[in-house]
Design a protein around this ligand. Structure first.
Ligand SMILES: [Zn+2]
Length: 550
């Protein structure tokens, strides 16, 4: 294109009002990212002064004050009707189950022992729940998935009964079903409990099997006699099963043996086409008591109002919470600073706010910076926001979530968690190319990581959501060294008191590059009329299209 043509096209752009997209493609903002300011944010967010950022604690107050001050200093607007805070009412339910569960049937009468054979808990706030001779029904994987032509509840009446289901989804066993080894939302345990309740089940027990579950029974055993956090249901009650829980594999074998079958046979049945659920002709009797504590935490919401489509928003999210002060490690350190989880994402949120605010050409769509609470205990802050959004879901273009940037330097790749879900990854891929980098699927898709951070609550209501992870192919030392670093942080730092900021050890150059990428994705959307879509085969596509036809 010669000079004359450029002038002409600029003129045309001005006349048609599309000058901003042309300018948006320039480097505006990219050079404003700075390691120094990112380091300052992450060191402050993860300092002992914030006491490990535990919801409801003094650490929460300190964290909220810090975030509000930073957003104000950057000149951002409060995002929730004049306030930077969105109260999130929650209830903590402590379940004290009876020590045993009696199993009875034509050929059976024996007790299963709590914690050894099963764990259970409730989402109900009733002080006491008694279960007497409740019928057990086998419901395969407990999945109703129209897009995969799969319905374990077809022709099965589970109302008032206890469903027993398999862990994960059929794709884990059969590459031709679902998405093969890539776990779908239907493989998640939370989905199975929700689905059972939707069908009116009185309870739901998942059979634990370590390989398809991706974690041992000891992990689910942590739920025994424990407090679990939920959104406060008062005022908007919906049906909840009397209990949820897990059965060990040996306990399940014991149940199956009394009716002349075994786990392997039941699994094969559930995988076969035309599977039909069936009564196990066994009943259980047990009970539980609860203690409920109501409390309020907060999301922090800041925004930059769009110049042209102020009613449409792009959300950047990152959870601020972590574990507070708890069990000390070998060195006696008891403050869980959560520098990587998720001081890094929170610092990234502030850095992005700084850069967006400093843009020469202001964004046309509104940009929301959402710092959510209670991620670690069940993604509750984002769940509350998704149910009570500041901008309705049909005006929310996308969510870009940040949860953990690893500080081990520049990588050639960037991992997309939930690869193949939405067009947002195509935007990311294009942005990565400008840095001479490329996108890669996450390392272990069968772990279902896409369903384990805050963006998932946006996906559930149909809003396309992008979640990236630090790549592993190190620019200087290669893939093997990168995988080692990734492993080190996962096994020796993750959710431990030594998840701390270390100015000397941390190389944040890769984080800055990753932030520039998510910045470019959001920036592209900020100056356009585009509505990124879920890709075909995504379990969230139908939800989005039910209210957003384009
Ligand atoms: Zn996290």
């Amino acid at each position: 294109m010669n000079i004359k043509n450029i002038k002409l096209s600029l003129l045309t752009a001005c006349l048609t009002g599309s000058l901003y997209p042309a300018l948006a493609q320039t480097a505006d903002g990219l050079n404003s990212f700075s390691e120094a300011s990112y380091r300052k944010y992450v060191s402050e967010v993860s300092s002992d002064k914030l006491m490990g950022r535990l919801p409801f604690s003094k650490g929460e107050t300190a964290t909220l004050n810090y975030l509000e001050q930073q957003f104000k200093a950057l000149g951002l607007e409060p995002g929730n009707k004049g306030s930077f805070l969105q109260p999130v009412p929650m209830v903590s339910i402590y379940t004290n189950p009876d020590p045993q569960m009696k199993v009875t049937g034509a050929n059976a009468s024996f007790d299963l022992e709590g914690l050894k054979d099963y764990v259970l808990w409730t989402r109900r706030t009733d002080a006491r729940i008694d279960l007497k001779n409740e019928e057990l029904v086998f419901a395969g994987f407990g999945i109703s998935a129209p897009e995969f032509n799969h319905d374990d509840y077809a022709g099965l009446d589970v109302k008032g009964k206890i469903v027993v289901v398999l862990v994960n989804d059929p794709g884990y066993y059969d590459a031709k079903q679902f998405k093969g080894k890539t776990m779908t939302y239907y493989g998640r345990w939370t989905y199975k409990y929700d689905e059972a309740a939707k069908h009116g089940a009185k309870g739901c027990l998942i059979i634990h099997d370590t390989a398809p579950a991706a974690y041992g029974f000891s992990v689910v055993a942590n739920s025994w006699k424990a407090s679990k956090l939920y959104l406060d249901p008062r005022g908007h009650e919906s049906y909840k099963s009397a209990f949820e829980g897990w059965l060990t594999l040996p306990a399940s074998e014991k149940l199956f043996a009394t009716i002349g079958t075994d786990y392997k046979t039941m699994l094969a049945k559930a995988l076969a086409p035309g599977f039909k659920g069936e009564s196990l002709k066994l009943n259980i009797t047990t009970g539980l008591s609860t203690t409920c504590t109501y409390n309020q935490s907060h999301n922090v919401i800041a925004k930059i109002t769009g110049t042209k489509h102020a009613d449409e928003c792009i959300i950047y999210s990152a959870h601020w919470d972590h574990f507070g002060i708890s069990k000390p490690d070998a060195k006696g350190d008891s403050i869980y600073n959560g520098a990587i989880d998720n001081g890094s994402g929170t610092a990234g949120l502030l850095e992005l706010a700084k850069v967006f605010k400093g843009l020469k050409v202001k964004p046309e769509r509104t940009i929301i910076f959402l710092s959510v609470t209670a991620e670690e205990q069940g993604l509750w802050g984002s769940a509350y926001y998704a149910e009570n959004p500041v901008f309705p879901k049909n005006k929310t273009v996308a969510d870009i979530n940040m949860d953990m940037f690893y500080p081990y330097g520049k990588t050639k790749d960037i991992s997309v968690v939930g690869y193949g879900q939405s067009q947002l990854e195509d935007y990311l891929s294009a942005a990565a190319k400008t840095q001479g980098r490329h996108i890669e699927p996450e390392a272990v898709p069968s772990k279902g990581m896409y369903f384990r951070s805050d963006h998932f609550n946006f996906a559930k209501i149909g809003v396309p959501a992008l979640y990236i992870e630090t790549g592993t192919d190190l620019v200087t030392q290669g893939k093997e060294a990168g995988l080692k670093m990734h492993d080190y942080y996962n096994t020796s730092v993750y959710h431990k008191p030594n998840d701390e900021y270390d100015a000397a050890k941390w190389d944040v150059s890769g984080t800055i590059q990753d932030l520039q990428l998510v910045f470019l994705v959001g920036k592209k959307l900020a100056y356009s009329n585009e509505w990124p879509q879920w890709k075909s085969g995504s379990e969230f596509k139908a939800v989005r299209e039910s209210y957003l036809k384009r």
